[in-house]
Design a protein around this ligand. Structure first.
Ligand code: ARG
Length: 302
C-alpha cells in the first residue's frame, strides 16, 4: 500500500500541504462504547480539575448523569455498548482514553492501545483490549517502548476524513504521534498543549466538521494556533471560564447536527447554535470533578 503523500506529522502551518476537506473520506461512526460507572470516583489527583475532589463523588448521581448520556446517544440512533466496571479503576469510565479505534490502510478494523501517562490508570487498558479482542479487532501497540499515548483524549479523528488532529505534552508524547501517523497512513496535525487545565486535546478543541471547530486559543503555542488557523476555515473561541469550569470544549458533535455538552455553557452553546447545531445539554457535574465530561466518557466506533 503506497504511503499517502500527505501522511506526515505536521507541526506548523508552513508544513500543511493538504486541505483537510480534500482528504479521503471516512464513513460516519455507528457505535458508542460507555463504561458502567459503578466504581467511578476521584481517588487520586492526576489533573488540575481533580484537586480537592477526592472522595467527593456522589455515585448515585453519577449513575443518573451517565444514564442520561447513554440515552442521548441511543436517542440519536447509535448502537450502545457497555463495558463492565472494574473495582479499583475509577477512571475507566473515561472511555475515550484507553484506545484509538481505526480502520488500518488495509481496511482492517483495529484499535491502537494506549499507554496511560499515570500509573494509576495503566490497568484500564487491558480491560478495553479484551473488549476489542472479543470483537475481532486487530490490536496495535504503538511501540515496544512505553511511550505515553492516551487514545481519543488526545487524538481526534477529523470528522468524515482520514486525518487526525492530536495534542501532546501533558499526556501523549510526540513519539507516539509519529507512530500513529505511520500506522494509519494519515496526516497528523500535532499541537503542543501548554495550559495544565487543558491537559487533553479534547478539553480545548472540539471538531464539528473537517473545516469548523470550537477551541481555546490559550491552550496552544503560537505555532499551534497558526496551524489550526491555517487548517480550519472557521474556529470559534470558547470563553475561558466555560472551558475551564464546565469543560465546554469537551462537548461532542457526533453527526454534524447535534452538540452534546455540559449544561450551562451559555456563550459556547449560543456559538454552537449559530453554527446551525442543535445543542443537547446534559449534567455531567460528577464527572467534571475528575476533569472529564461528554467527549471523554465515550468511545465512537467506526
Ligand atoms: N481523571 C481522568 C484523568 O485525568 C479524566 C480523563 C478525562 N478524559 C479526557 N479525555 N479529557 O485521566
Amino acid at each position: 500500500m503506497p504511503t499517502a503523500a500527505s501522511a506526515r506529522l505536521v507541526h506548523r502551518a508552513s508544513e500543511l500541504d493538504v486541505a483537510l476537506n480534500d482528504l479521503p473520506t471516512r464513513p460516519p461512526e455507528v457505535g458508542v462504547v460507555l463504561a458502567d460507572p459503578a466504581f467511578f470516583d476521584v481517588e487520586y489527583v492526576i489533573n488540575a480539575h481533580m484537586v480537592g475532589n477526592i472522595g467527593s463523588v456522589d455515585r448515585a448521581r453519577a449513575r443518573r448523569q451517565w444514564e442520561a448520556l447513554r440515552q442521548t446517544y441511543a436517542g440519536l440512533g447509535y448502537d450502545i455498548h457497555v463495558l463492565d466496571p472494574v473495582p479499583g479503576l475509577p477512571d475507566l469510565v473515561f472511555m475515550a482514553n484507553q484506545s484509538f479505534p481505526a480502520r488500518l490502510p488495509t481496511g482492517q478494523w483495529a484499535a491502537l492501545l494506549s499507554y496511560m501517562h499515570a500509573p494509576e490508570r495503566r490497568g484500564e487498558v487491558e480491560h478495553v483490549a479484551a473488549w476489542y479482542r472479543d470483537r475481532d479487532a486487530h490490536l496495535v501497540h504503538l511501540a515496544d517502548a512505553e511511550v505515553p499515548f492516551e487514545g481519543m483524549g488526545d487524538c481526534l479523528w477529523l470528522p468524515g476524513r482520514r486525518g487526525v488532529v492530536a495534542g501532546h505534552g501533558f499526556r501523549t508524547q510526540p513519539r507516539a504521534l509519529g507512530l500513529l501517523c505511520e500506522t494509519l497512513d494519515v496526516p497528523v496535525l500535532a499541537l503542543e498543549l501548554v495550559d495544565a487545565r487543558f491537559y487533553h486535546l479534547d478539553t480545548c478543541l472540539s471538531l464539528i466538521t473537517e473545516s469548523t471547530a470550537l477551541w481555546v486559543p490559550d491552550a496552544f503555542t503560537a505555532e499551534g494556533r497558526q496551524l489550526l488557523q491555517q487548517a480550519f476555515d472557521t474556529l470559534v473561541e470558547v470563553p475561558l471560564d466555560e472551558a475551564t469550569e464546565l469543560l465546554a470544549c469537551n462537548g461532542h458533535c457526533p453527526d454534524r447536527q447535534h452538540f452534546i455538552v455540559q449544561a450551562g455553557a451559555e456563550r459556547t452553546n449560543a456559538a454552537a447554535r449559530a453554527l446551525g447545531l442543535t445543542v443537547l445539554e446534559l449534567d455531567t457535574t460528577e464527572f467534571l470533578k475528575s476533569g472529564g465530561s461528554v467527549y471523554c466518557m465515550k468511545l465512537m466506533l467506526p
